[in-house]
Design a protein around this ligand. Structure first.
Ligand code: 28F
Length: 689
């Protein structure tokens, strides 16, 4: 079963770790003499984009392609943030042409002093022309995200721009990466205002120009949550037999966002109300919404700066956590004072000393689902993927809004305060108990001398050169042990009942006969003890059958890694072995064996054999690894020279968290929705785990 593509991306490489290159400059065709000398400086900038698209949009894969849509939409969102746009429309037209339109003011058309062409032409042909609103307005397109519309133009076969402004309709057509033969010109009259853009992404730049409607619509939904009241319509018009249309508008803004996230993950909420706090300090707008649920194993905080998802957090998120910690502990203290007063009156013994401790941030944030959204004139984005907010001034602003407004909210809503305080105290107590229980068991696990009995270790002790296969079942384990290269490949066959850790505290993991051998073999410890430095192998490969049971064990192991050994996934150590699905060969001639990893590949092999060995073609469908002998398993799945492995990548912890809670939790409803929505990805998996 494929995890939710957004949550855990599995990068399909050729050989291990091979990442496809961005299109080579030589592949990008350019005819020198197609435009006059005076355009050269305009196109120079766009030329740089066409030479190295990866510098501007990250990858030439699907993420880069969909980023083009975001760049154009962000211009419309800016117009909404400035208060001039109420409706945005995003359509996928036949031929994978994208059309985005807004009812904003329309890009100015006056001639730009420096460039000598209209401002609209500048916005779409000069790099980083995103300096649209100067001071005062908020720009979504700040930092990396603001390379602006000109990058889209540079990476498009063609782009058409329409501006509705001042009673006129203006039009300009660009082609081959931003070139144009005619200036912006009036083509009609109108009473409307706004901007409309159509573009066709360049097939020589992108591996595929096939858009995924759900990726576009889900991001537009998120943008509608972040801009309460804004209407965003999306449509997929590529197949007139199967038109898809959605309209997103949430008056409730991020409160609606929390309600939707809770419904999607299928959690039971602990208090009905969504706590909503907001404030404006200097030129920083702060909005926070949160609600607790019963998923004590996960804290989900999504943060945004000018609608940009700051997946790596930053000053806003840190300040939110700090303020939440402060206010909840203030109320824990108040709650305990009242308790002890009551106890005294009732002449009962006073509470034991543990109750005087404050409650930890982790305990307070357990089972919280929160959105933190700030808007400010200039975002400073840092971090590996430029998604960490750096602005220092934002911290104190968020801290003040949350500490003041949450104190007020708790005073106005004592029952909600009571629920959150009690939950925090109980979480702290449960964590303390689990820690005590774990202490005893951890020693036996952490002490590396007793490796699991069934581990067939490898000889090479240079961690980076080694890999461990975690294999489901003794028969596959047997073939893997036989077929492997014991110099650098270790095998750990799994056995026993796997614990679904989604609902388990860390101490339960220490009791599970299936998981402990994995923990011991990897050597890192789990949870708060996890130490990546102690990892005993350079790669951790999950090798399970391609059938329902295999999907089951794969998902359970991924959940375990995600919940208790998350850096293993974050740092890209976890892989999924790809055994073949079919063996296609000529009857009686096993040496003609061709291994197919998909139905399409199988059919190619069949056609390949057709001409000389018609009718004597055998097709073996592998149900499980155990059906392959050691030699076949080595050749097809373990030999670095011939195998394909998928590296498990975690794009966004919050949505991975959501996915695991929904998939592994105890609610059937959200799982069914997930399967219906993702059916084309999810092979039949019995999810009633
Ligand atoms: C479908 C894509 O690109 N919408 C846009 C505007 C509005 C203004 C603007 C854009 C000013 C001079 C830089 C209008 N009136 N949708 C869009 N809507 N850009 S892009 O200004 C551009 C700057 O050049 C706008 C007054 N101020 C700003």
């Amino acid at each position: 079963m494929k995890m939710d593509e957004n949550a855990l991306n599995v990068e399909t490489g050729g050989n291990l770790g091979e990442i496809r290159d961005i299109a080579e400059p030589s592949e990008l065709s350019r005819v020198e003499n197609e435009y006059g000398a005076d355009d050269i400086e305009v196109l120079e900038g766009l030329e740089a984009v066409r030479k190295r698209p990866g510098m501007y949009i990250g990858t030439s894969g699907p993420k880069g392609l969909h980023h083009l849509v975001n760049e154009i939409v962000d211009n419309s969102i800016d117009e909404a943030l400035a208060g001039f746009c109420t409706e945005i429309s995003v359509k996928i037209l036949p031929g994978n042409v994208i059309e985005v339109s807004d009812d904003g003011r329309g890009i100015p058309v006056d001639i730009h002093a420096k460039e000598g062409v209209s401002a609209a032409t500048v916005v779409y042909t000069v790099l980083h022309a995103g300096g649209k609103f100067g001071g005062g307005g908020y720009k979504v397109s700040g930092g990396l995200h603001g390379v602006g519309a000109s990058v889209v133009n540079a990476l498009s076969e063609w782009l058409e721009l329409e501006v509705y402004r001042g009673g006129n309709i203006y039009f300009q057509k660009f082609r081959d990466g931003g070139r144009y033969d005619e200036e912006l010109k009036i083509i009609g009259e109108t009473t409307k205002t706004g901007t409309k853009v159509r573009f066709k992404a360049d097939q020589t730049v992108f591996q595929s120009v096939e858009y995924d409607y759900s990726v576009i619509s889900e991001r537009m939904r998120e943008q509608a949550f972040l801009n309460g009241g804004l209407v965003i319509k999306t449509a997929d018009l590529r197949d007139e037999e199967n038109v898809k249309e959605d309209s997103f508008s949430y008056e409730g803004g991020i409160v609606s966002y929390i309600e939707w996230l809770q419904k999607k993950r299928g959690s039971d909420v602990l208090h009905r109300d969504v706590v909503y706090l907001n404030g404006l300090i200097d030129d920083i707008t702060v909005e926070v919404a949160f609600q607790y649920n019963n998923d004590f194993n996960s804290e989900t905080i999504r943060s945004f700066a000018n609608n940009i998802h700051t997946a790596e957090g930053g000053t806003h998120e840190a300040a939110f956590k700090k303020a939440l910690n402060k206010v909840v502990n203030d109320f824990v203290k108040k709650f305990r004072d009242e308790e002890s007063k009551k106890a005294k009156n009732a002449k009962k013994k006073t509470a034991d000393e543990s109750e005087s401790q404050s409650v930890s941030g982790e305990a307070i944030r357990e089972a919280i689902n929160a959105v933190v959204s700030v808007k400010l004139p200039e975002t400073e984005l840092e971090g590996q993927t430029k998604s960490k907010l750096g602005n220092p001034e934002v911290g104190p602003a968020v801290y003040r809004v949350v500490s003041e407004k949450l104190t007020y909210y708790f005073e106005e809503n004592p029952e909600t305060a009571q629920i959150i305080v009690s939950k925090s105290i109980n979480s702290q107590a449960a964590r303390d108990a689990a820690r005590k229980a774990m202490e005893a068991k951890r020693k036996s696990v952490a002490d590396g001398v007793n490796l699991p009995g069934k581990l067939a270790d490898c000889y090479n002790k240079e961690v980076a050169k080694t890999e461990i296969y975690i294999v489901e079942g003794d028969s596959a384990g047997g073939s893997a042990k036989q077929g492997r290269n014991s110099e650098f490949q270790a095998i750990l066959p799994l056995w026993g009942k796997m614990l679904n850790v989604e609902k388990a505290r860390v101490d339960r993991v220490y009791d599970n006969e299936k998981l402990i051998p994995v923990v011991k073999a990897l050597g890192t410890g789990i949870g708060e003890d996890f130490d990546l430095e102690k990892l005993r192998y350079g790669r951790v490969v999950i090798m399970a059958d391609a059938d329902v049971d295999g999907s089951h064990i794969r998902t359970l192991l991924l959940t375990f890694f995600f919940r208790f050994m998350r850096p293993l996934i974050e740092k890209g150590y976890v892989y999924i072995a790809q055994p073949p699905l079919y063996n296609v060969y000529v009857k009686g001639k096993p040496s003609t064996a061709k291994y197919a990893f998909s139905d399409e590949e199988r059919d190619v092999f069949i056609r390949g054999f057709e001409n000389d060995d018609k009718g004597k073609i055998e097709i073996q469908r592998y149900k499980g690894l155990g059906e392959m002998d050691a030699e076949q398993l080595w050749e097809t799945t373990m030999n670095p020279a011939t195998r394909t492995m998928k590296r498990v990548e975690m794009v966004d912890a919050a949505s991975a968290d959501e996915t695991f809670s929904m998939l592994m939790g105890d609610k059937v409803e959200p799982r069914r929705d997930f399967i219906e929505k993702n059916a084309r990805y999810v092979d039949v998996v019995n999810l009633d785990i």
